[in-house]
Design a protein around this ligand. Structure first.
Ligand SMILES: Cc1ncc(COP(=O)(O)O)c(C=O)c1O
Length: 368
């Protein structure tokens, strides 16, 4: 058996007809950038998430950069975030000339620990970027009340959590502004790079709409602010429009796979993700933590099972951030997670026999 980390070919089969039809239309119309499909995608996702503003852009990293630009983050500012996430969450802060101020994560959720945020706040704190890591919602009630208490805006990095929700709303609707990625391996993955900024605040939405086109407003070649070029191609938008109606079903299948693993691995000496039978976790990744991680990864590789390590080095220890003065031991929970985390394939197209093989192989490792 050969089980990849994600099976994009299987997913493409399901949506191929619709994508190709849309692409043919885009090519025959020759409206190639920021056209009707970008607008359709923006409208559909704004309605789904429940916010008034959705603005497509070139990728998720740009979505974070545009969000921070809209909030006027600049040199000398501090932005609080988690050290246990993909690089772009913190590099976007550094690119603004600001300092990423890391706060350790919770043991269970692997998300930023709300109990540690307040002591990291200083007069220089200008934003908090939270990440719903692996598709699991952060404790938004506590985070929002901290933001409110100190008057600090909340940025949601929803690159991994489109569709995750609780009784109060969808990921992307809680904070002031949110950054989404359509990187092909995401739960709503495109046919290339792509991203989107979402906001419930009209002022921020309007600003981002200008910032993504060099700061131009409605009058061409008059620049109200210095922006960037971060537009989305119609070919990519039309593929996402074709895939979007499947997102809910894909997310539910991912959660069902994750619950099945939890049920069948629960007696083993591994830390399993905490999963409720709802969509507060949409299983972007199914990450277990195990002391003998590297040996288990090699064992599964021999069994034809691809696994992933998200993330092998927490961000406070990245060489490029050494000037910020962090050191080993500063964020012990994140450091421990980096040494023990292992993502098993959880994509919606997994067949029963493949899931059985994954479970049986993990069990066999511990039997041995
Ligand atoms: C948590 C997180 N933030 C930001 C990004 C950046 O998105 P992109 O790769 O589209 O630039 C990603 C995805 O790679 C991510 O997982």
């Amino acid at each position: 058996m050969n089980i990849p980390p994600i099976d994009l070919k299987a997913q493409f089969k399901l949506v191929q007809k619709d994508i190709l039809k849309n692409i043919r239309e885009v090519l025959s119309e020759q409206r190639l950038i920021l056209g009707q499909y970008c607008t359709k995608l923006e409208d559909a996702i704004a309605q789904y998430v429940g916010v008034p503003s959705a603005i497509t852009c070139a990728n998720g990293t740009d979505a974070l950069i545009l969000s921070l630009m809209a909030l006027d983050i600049k040199e000398g500012d501090e932005v609080i975030t988690t050290p246990y996430t993909f690089f772009a969450t913190a590099s976007s802060i550094a690119l603004m000339g600001a300092k990423p101020v890391f706060v350790d994560i919770e043991k269970d959720s692997m998300n930023i620990d709300p109990g540690l945020i307040e002591r990291a706040i200083t007069p220089k704190t200008k934003a908090i970027i939270i990440v719903h890591l692996f598709g699991k919602l952060c404790d938004m009630d506590r985070i929002l009340s901290i933001g409110k208490k100190y008057g600090v805006p909340i940025v949601e990095d929803i690159a991994q959590s489109i569709g995750a929700r609780n009784d109060s709303g969808m990921s992307g609707s809680f904070g002031d502004i949110a950054a989404l990625s359509f990187y092909p391996t995401k739960n709503l993955g495109g046919i290339g790079e792509g991203g989107m900024v979402l906001s419930k605040r009209a002022d921020l939405g309007e600003k981002v709409r200008k910032l993504r086109v060099h700061g131009m407003g409605s009058v061409p070649y008059y620049h109200e602010m210095v922006g960037i070029n971060s537009r989305l191609d119609e070919i990519k938008a039309c593929a996402l429009v074709a895939k979007f109606p499947h997102l809910e079903a894909w997310n539910r299948k991912r959660v069902a796979n994750a619950m099945l693993y939890n049920k069948r691995l629960k007696d083993l000496p591994v830390v399993l993700p905490h999963i409720k039978d709802d969509l507060s976790y949409i299983a972007h990744q199914y990450v277990i933590r195990v002391q003998e991680r590297d040996r288990l990864q090699e064992f599964l590789k021999q069994k034809g099972i691809a696994t992933g390590i998200y993330y092998p080095l927490p961000l406070h220890l990245q060489p490029c951030f050494s000037s910020f003065g962090y050191k080993k031991g500063d964020f012990p929970v994140a450091e421990e997670a980096s040494l023990t985390c292992l993502a098993l394939p959880v994509y919606p197209e997994l067949k029963k026999a493949e899931k059985d093989h994954i479970v049986a192989s993990v069990r066999e490792f511990f039997k041995g």
